[in-house]
Design a protein around this ligand. Structure first.
Ligand code: HEC
Length: 165
């Protein structure tokens, strides 16, 4: 099965490293047992329709940002924290999402930085929708059909607030 690859990792030639790390965590992930994804109530957010947007509409400048953070932090805790850690601080089993787009944050050119964040948002959404399944092993379950696009962008908004440099 095809799974999305981290554009930054490939760019930096770290893809093989990521694969090696991924293979190493498989046993630990299994120890978590079955994962029951939780549906998230997103009725209080602006509704986005069926078509997935290429970037997060709940920007810090938007009126929906505060509500996106409220919903996103709770949805993160219910669906992601067991692997990626409480408050997005990874215990080492799964990638630390505070560092997810760290290489963009360091870019001096504002235009390039925005383009980099956008690329990473597309990669984020693709990963969450499809999960990570390789050779029949579920490293991360697919959330397509469980989490709406509103929920996924709200989670991304929350993770953005957890960035560390
Ligand atoms: C069962 C454990 C598990 C759950 C639950 C889980 N993940 Fe993951 N996630 C992983 C693992 C393990 C990887 C790395 C997989 C690999 O090596 O291919 C990963 C990778 C990712 C990546 C790619 C990171 C990168 O730098 O390439 C993102 C983004 C991500 N997860 C977001 C989420 C979000 C958001 C949720 C909740 C909606 C979630 N994950 C739920 C285990 C999990």
């Amino acid at each position: 099965m095809q799974f999305p690859t981290n554009p930054l990792a490939s760019r930096l030639g770290k893809a093989m490293l990521a694969l090696a790390v991924g293979a190493g965590v498989a046993a630990a992930v299994y120890a978590h047992g079955d994962m029951v994804p939780q549906a998230v109530d997103t009725r209080t957010l602006p509704q986005l329709g069926e078509k997935w947007l290429p970037e997060n509409p709940y920007t810090p400048e938007s009126n929906a940002h505060k509500e996106a953070l409220r919903i996103g932090s709770s949805a993160y805790n219910q669906n992601c924290a067991r692997c990626h850690g409480l408050e997005a601080i990874s215990g080492g089993i799964s990638p630390d999402l505070r560092l997810f787009d760290k290489d963009c944050s360091g870019m001096a050119d504002a235009g390039k930085k925005q383009a980099c964040y956008k690329e990473m948002e597309e990669y984020f959404v693709a990963t969450v929708r499809r999960g990570r399944v390789r050779d029949g092993r579920v490293y991360m379950p697919p959330f397509e059909g469980t989490l709406s696009q509103e929920a996924v962008w709200a989670i991304k908004s929350y993770i953005d607030t957890r960035r560390v440099q």
